[in-house]
Design a protein around this ligand. Structure first.
Ligand SMILES: Cc1cc2nc3c(=O)[nH]c(=O)nc-3n(C[C@H](O)[C@H](O)[C@H](O)COP(=O)(O)O)c2cc1C
Length: 245
């Protein structure tokens, strides 16, 4: 049995209420999950894929912009452009992900047509996250541009620039074979960074928003800070926009 099929079986068995499905066709698991009463959110990176997911019956789509950490499609649409395009293309709720780290990002994607937000890197750098403390520290220390888009044979990943990305990208440039690249990836995977703490030698997926994260906070603090200042940010925006009113 393949790995994703097994995961679907387990989440049905455990009555997980919401499933986020990504990297693949939306018609493979949607019916099975929905028949079990599970809400299905499908991650996409183009408006056309949003429409395909909607046609497959998903409850909402998550649009992941190019800024996002981790694995995504080969398109380079940013959250700023992708979110309104998807909001215009589908009727199901749109959740925006990629580059959101605080109340300003939440407000921005809501203005673009999102009904919810999806934040990965910010929560990875929280006390509750299972990421290794050296990984969290490496991200919290970033003050500027420190991520790079890394092509793999089946998709793009956005990673922290470190010894791993430099070596992997050099190998690709030098024409390394697919099997050599794969072996290198397997030997320097996120298991090695996130669990063993090899923050320079192994791959660390993280988004451009890393440059906004200065501190390892609790997940509750991240949420509360957004809730506390979003009104203030909204009022300030309203004032600025008053020239049009
Ligand atoms: C450590 C890490 C691993 C990720 N792995 C995957 C993955 O395997 N598949 C996937 O579809 N998205 C993956 N993502 C992307 C997230 O699901 C999410 O779209 C992204 O983190 C949102 O952008 P942000 O990091 O700017 O908040 C990963 C993100 C991070 C930070």
């Amino acid at each position: 049995m393949n790995y994703s099929k097994k995961i679907v079986e387990v989440i049905i068995e455990e009555s997980v209420p919401v499933a986020i499905v990504s990297v693949g066709r939306p018609d493979i698991y949607t019916d099975t999950l929905k028949a079990a009463g599970i809400k299905v959110l499908h991650a996409i990176s183009t408006p056309r894929h949003g429409q395909k997911a909607e046609a497959a019956g998903v409850d909402a789509v998550i649009c992941e912009g190019f800024e996002a950490g981790g694995h995504k499609g080969f398109t380079e649409l940013t959250t700023l452009t992708l979110t309104p395009m998807v909001a215009d293309a589908v009727d199901v709720p749109v959740i925006a992900g990629g580059g959101i780290g605080d109340a300003r990002g939440v407000l921005a994607v809501m203005a673009l047509g999102a009904e919810g937000v999806y934040m990965g890197t910010r929560f990875m750098v929280t006390r509750e996250s299972d990421s290794h403390s050296r990984v969290k520290q490496a991200i919290a220390e970033i003050k500027d541009v420190r991520t790079v888009s890394v092509p793999k044979d089946y998709m793009l990943a956005r990673d922290l620039i470190n010894g791993f990305t430099k070596e992997y990208l050099n190998m690709r440039q030098a024409g390394a074979s697919n099997s050599d690249l794969k072996a290198f990836l397997n030997g320097h995977s996120q298991y090695h960074s996130q669990h063993l703490g090899l923050a320079d030698e192994a791959e660390i997926c993280c988004g451009q928003v890393a440059g906004l994260i200065n501190e390892v906070k609790s997940a509750g603090e991240v949420i509360n800070e957004i809730a506390e200042i979003i009104n203030e940010k909204f009022e300030a925006l309203h004032q600025r926009l008053s020239v049009f009113l």
